[in-house]
Design a protein around this ligand. Structure first.
Ligand SMILES: C[S@@+](CC[C@H](N)C(=O)[O-])C[C@H]1O[C@@H](n2cnc3c(N)ncnc32)[C@H](O)[C@@H]1O
Length: 222
């Protein structure tokens, strides 16, 4: 995982804009607004990559304290952010109940142990804090699913050949998506893992979604 993301890191921002036809920043801005951050919030950008969420949060509310964490050191270096931590989402080096919001951009799908990472997010969130995720999902309709995966393979192979002379560099997106979930199924996972008020905003026919989920104020259930 680390090797793959180190390879693509220098071209990561370009490819994100190209793959999303420029819509990625709009989705991320919407995700940041949906968090409804309190004044002087503490925020974690998990699997931050080059730190888009951290930078957008800092723009929108400059008094917020933003920490960015990622497994890949090259990504953290390219982010040029000051408060960065190299960490695995499955074992976060943060205290319980310390963040008002955790943003995860295109990260959850890549975590080998999804529920362990979600548990960790829940642990580090303050009661009442929110998880906001932007990710790829399998469209609910079966025919659309097949078309979407085929499209992502073709797009990934094309840009892999153009930018790296290797067709498989960007096909990690459909590779990881194949065995992932629909946006609705992911909402169900969050609810089962005791998040409250789970909402999902789908884009491009459910192929992308922004989820928002709250850690309940009472910390009793786990
Ligand atoms: C597709 S990039 C997303 C970057 C950024 N969040 C964005 O929205 O554009 C996925 C990132 O997840 C990181 N990552 C993958 N597995 C991880 C893990 N187990 N723990 C932390 N970060 C991980 C990768 O290093 C990579 O930077």
């Amino acid at each position: 995982m680390r090797d793959m993301f180190s390879t693509i890191a220098p071209k990561y921002d370009l490819i994100t804009r190209v793959f999303s036809y420029g819509m990625d920043q709009r989705w991320k801005r919407l995700a940041v607004r949906s968090a409804m951050l309190p004044a002087r919030a503490r925020v974690l950008d998990l699997a931050c990559g080059t730190g888009d969420f951290a930078k957008l949060v800092a723009q929108v509310s400059p008094e917020t304290s933003v920490t960015a964490a990622d497994l890949t050191e090259t990504m953290l270096r390219l982010s040029k952010l000051r408060q960065v931590v190299c960490a695995d989402a499955a074992l976060l080096p943060f205290a319980d109940d310390c963040f008002d919001a955790v943003f995860v951009g295109y990260g959850l799908r890549n975590f080998p142990r999804l529920t362990v990472a979600i548990d960790e997010v829940r642990r580090v969130l303050k009661p009442g804090g929110v998880l906001v995720s932007l990710d790829f999902f399998l469209p609910s309709r079966r025919w659309l699913r097949r078309f979407y995966l085929a499209y992502l393979y073709a797009q990934g192979a094309f840009w892999g050949l153009i930018l790296h002379r290797r067709a498989r560099v960007y096909t990690y997106i459909p590779d990881s998506l194949q065995s992932f979930l629909s946006a609705k199924e992911f909402s169900n996972v969050l609810e089962k893992m005791q998040f409250a008020g789970v909402t999902a905003r789908p884009f491009i026919l459910g192929g992308i979604a922004v989820h928002r989920a709250k850690k309940p104020s009472s910390n009793s259930a786990r």
